[in-house]
Design a protein around this ligand. Sequence first.
Ligand SMILES: [Cu+2]
Length: 212
Amino acid sequence: MTHMKFLSAACAAGALALVAGCASTPAGTTTYVAQLQPMNTQVAGGATTGQATFIERGGQLVMDVQVKGAPANIEHWQHFHGFKDGQSATCPAAGSDANRDGIVDLIETGPAAGTTMVPFIQQPATMDIPHGTYPVADASGAYHYRVTVPVADLQAAFAKQFPGQKLDLDKRVVFIHGVPSATKLPASVQSLGPIPAQVTLPIACGVIRKAG
Ligand SMILES: [Cu+2]
């Protein structure tokens, strides 16, 4: 008991951290997790689920997205969305289907979730939402995306796009998008500019929460 107290006292002091083994504790690591819940299952052909994890450590941000049950063999756009004014984003509810066409399209996610912010692509700091390389689901509808980016690079790119704003992961939501291009959608389903609604259709959403 006395020994334990000595160790934690030493850890707190910091001076003997290495000797006491405190260096193995994940000090300075912040983890955020979003549990992805399915959306628009009737047009997605099933329930897309998964988990997004963000690990910030030593100036690096690991962004990890594991998905299953998504439409197979196609690219899936994925981003975090949020508000530019510091408001916390939430995932859209059934009531978000403003035009009552049975589908919550990208535009209808706006009131709950804000705008598209950072793409989970090969090079996230390019912030290139329409041209980035997104993951492709395998034949079972699964994929695993994992990219590490310097936090400073991503923050700088983010602030350029959203002046005065920080990444603020715990105020954001993750969206997974995309159904096959041949999927029939009502003409009332809206998208982003000229991008086909099949590309931007939300198929899963999860609120990002700080873990621990
Ligand atoms: Cu998105």
